[in-house]
Design a protein around this ligand. Structure first.
Ligand code: PLP
Length: 347
C-alpha cells in the first residue's frame, strides 16, 4: 500500500468535481453539469488564482517569506491569499469592499491577515464617487496610493495579473475537458476579474471551437446607478458589457465569449435557494446567477439535448449572515434592496 500524504494545504487546490444537476434541472431538455469550486481548500474558485499569483511572484523574485502581500478583493481572493500566505510565511493585508459578508472578513482575520475596508482608506470614497462608481479605476488609484507610501508592499492585482487567466487555462479548462471526456456544448461562468471565463473558455475552445461560452453579468437593477448607488449586488461579479474600455478588467478576454446573459441579484438568490433544496448543496449568489442563466439556456429549443457545464464559483457557508438562504423572505422582495439594508457590519 503506497502512502499518500499531502505536504501543504496548497497542494489541495483544484481538481474539483463535476456534479450532474439532475433535480435542479428536472424537466429541462438540456443536461446541466456543475463544477463545484467549493471543494477547493478555502471553498472557492479563487484559491486557484490566489496560489498561482503568489507562486508566480515567488518565481519572479518579487516576494520572499516575511514580506507583505496585499490585494483588493470582494472576499474570496482575500480568503485564498490569507490562507496560502499563512501556509507559506507571508504577511497579508487585504483591502476589502465594505459590504462583503461578515464571515469573509472573520475568516481572513483568523488567518492572521490585516483587513482594511475601502471606506477607511483616506480619499477612497471621494475618488470612487468622482469616478462615477468605477471600481476598476478606484482600485487602481488605491494601489498607486499605497505603493507610493509603502513601496515594499506587493500587490497581486488579480484584475490584470496574467497568472489569473493562465491558471484557469492550465487547470480549470483541462479538468472540465478530461472529466466530461470532451463532451460538452456550452460553458457558463460569471465575470468578476474575467479570469475564470477567459482562461477556461480559451482552453475549451482550443479543444473544440464549437463549444459556446456564455458570460453572466449583473442586470441593470443590480448595478450601482445614480438612483441607487449601493444596490444589493451579486458577490464578486461586475457588469462589463456596454461599459467603457477603462472599466473592463484587463483579464477579461472579449474574444472568448459568444453571449452575455444578465441576471438580477434577487434571481440569483432565488436560484441558489432552489439549488440548495433540490441538490443539497449550498453555493453562493454568483453561482445562483449562473444557475439561473443556465436554466434559461436549457429552455431554448436549439439547446435541446445539449450538455451545459456551469462553473459554480463558491460554497454558500460564507453567506449565512446574509439573506441569501432566508427562505422566509421571498427573493422578489429584495428587488429594490440596498447593500446597507442586507449586510452586517464586519469589523
Ligand atoms: C463568488 C465569486 N463568483 C465569481 C467570481 C468571478 O470570478 P473571476 O474573477 O474569475 O471572473 C468571483 C470573483 O471575485 C467571486 O468571488
Amino acid at each position: 500500500m503506497a502512502a499518500f500524504i499531502y505536504g501543504s494545504i496548497t497542494e489541495l487546490t483544484g481538481r474539483t468535481p463535476l456534479l450532474r444537476l439532475a433535480r435542479f434541472g428536472k424537466g429541462l431538455k438540456a443536461d446541466l453539469i456543475g463544477k463545484l469550486e467549493l471543494f477547493n481548500p478555502n471553498h472557492s474558485v479563487k484559491d486557484r488564482i490566489a496560489l498561482a499569483m503568489i507562486e508566480q511572484a515567488e518565481r519572479d523574485g518579487l516576494i520572499k517569506p516575511g514580506d507583505i502581500i496585499a490585494e483588493t478583493t470582494s472576499g474570496n481572493t482575500g480568503i485564498g491569499v490569507a490562507a496560502f500566505a499563512a501556509a507559506k510565511g507571508y504577511r497579508f493585508r487585504v483591502y476589502i469592499n465594505d459590504f462583503v459578508s461578515v464571515e469573509r472578513s472573520k475568516i481572513i482575520q483568523a488567518y492572521g491577515a490585516e483587513v482594511v475596508p475601502f471606506s477607511t482608506v483616506p480619499g477612497f470614497a471621494d475618488y470612487y464617487e468622482a469616478s462615477d462608481g468605477d471600481f476598476v479605476a478606484a482600485t487602481r488609484w488605491l494601489v498607486a496610493q499605497v505603493k507610493e507610501a509603502e513601496p515594499h508592499v506587493h500587490f497581486l492585482q488579480q484584475l490584470q495579473n496574467p497568472a489569473n487567466p493562465q491558471i484557469h487555462e492550465r487547470t480549470t479548462g483541462p479538468e472540465i475537458w478530461r472529466d466530461t471526456d470532451g463532451r460538452l456544448d456550452i460553458f457558463v461562468a460569471s465575470v468578476g476579474t474575467g479570469g475564470t471565463l477567459s482562461g477556461t473558455g480559451r482552453y475549451l475552445k482550443e479543444q473544440n471551437p464549437a463549444i459556446r461560452v456564455v458570460a453572466v453579468e449583473p442586470g441593470a437593477g443590480s448595478q450601482p446607478s445614480d438612483r441607487r448607488p449601493e444596490p444589493l449586488e451579486i458577490t464578486g461579479v461586475h457588469a462589463f458589457s456596454e461599459q467603457p474600455p477603462e472599466r473592463i478588467p484587463p483579464n477579461l478576454d472579449h474574444q472568448v465569449y459568444d453571449e452575455v446573459i444578465a441576471v438580477e441579484t434577487w434571481q440569483a438568490y432565488q436560484a441558489a435557494r432552489e439549488f440548495a433544496l433540490a441538490e443539497g448543496v449550498l453555493v453562493g449568489d454568483s453561482s445562483g446567477a449562473v444557475l439561473y442563466a443556465a436554466r434559461q439556456l436549457a429552455a431554448r429549443p436549439e439547446n435541446q439535448g445539449a450538455r451545459i457545464v456551469l462553473l459554480l464559483a463558491d460554497g454558500g457557508a460564507n453567506y449565512l449572515s446574509t439573506e441569501l438562504f432566508n427562505h422566509h423572505l421571498p427573493a422578489e422582495t429584495l428587488k429594490n434592496a440596498t447593500a446597507v439594508q442586507t449586510s452586517q457590519p464586519f469589523l
